[in-house]
Design a protein around this ligand. Sequence first.
Ligand SMILES: Cc1cc2nc3c(=O)[nH]c(=O)nc-3n(C[C@H](O)[C@H](O)[C@H](O)COP(=O)(O)O)c2cc1C
Length: 206
Amino acid sequence: MHIIAVNGSHRKGKNTAALLGVVLEEAAALGATTELLELADYNIKHCLSCNKCLGRPQCNITDDDMAMIGKKLLAADGIVLGSPVYWANVTTLMKNFMDRTRYMHMVKNMLAGKVGGAVTNAGLRNGGQEAALRIMEFFLAAQGLHVVDSRNQDGPIMTVGVAGSLQADIKDGKVVWRKGALEDEAAVLAARHLGKNMVQLIQQLK
Ligand SMILES: Cc1cc2nc3c(=O)[nH]c(=O)nc-3n(C[C@H](O)[C@H](O)[C@H](O)COP(=O)(O)O)c2cc1C
């Protein structure tokens, strides 16, 4: 069982990567092999809307890294997307990645039957996390993946989405910032549940 995480943060190894790391750590503890793919590492040109992918399951742009990334997606049993919130949305890198996977969707859903999940984090409390999560989950569902959330299957429901925040609270009239998303206990717990839920569903589907 292989699970790939795709990080759309424009900053490698920061908060979004950390939350994806927790999902992968949990999945690995349950037997999965894992990989973190940082979109910032790759050359991914933007979709030209040439519509060639309407007639064949292949992108017309071939002189960048997208074909290699597509192969990695196809080889995985599970795909977890991560994006920080940028303007209550996903990042440019994540959206660009989504656009360029259109060839995997238009003729047939090449990723159908895999298991998907998503994580996000933002600077502010209520900073658009739900919107960004829904955008990634909609994408995964449209691509034919079985989308799981981070609901705890074996205990009380804590949260149903991995959504971190750096603004911890207001104390004595002042905003208190976390040092990083990993200090958001609820987000870390949710990320663990997401990893577990992904592994369990992949096992059930096999
Ligand atoms: C262009 C831009 C737009 C942002 N928009 C929002 C926003 O709408 N709401 C919010 O709470 N934080 C927003 N942020 C803050 C990021 O979501 C936050 O810093 C996040 O932790 C970055 O993740 P990273 O550490 O993986 O890069 C924005 C940051 C940038 C650079």
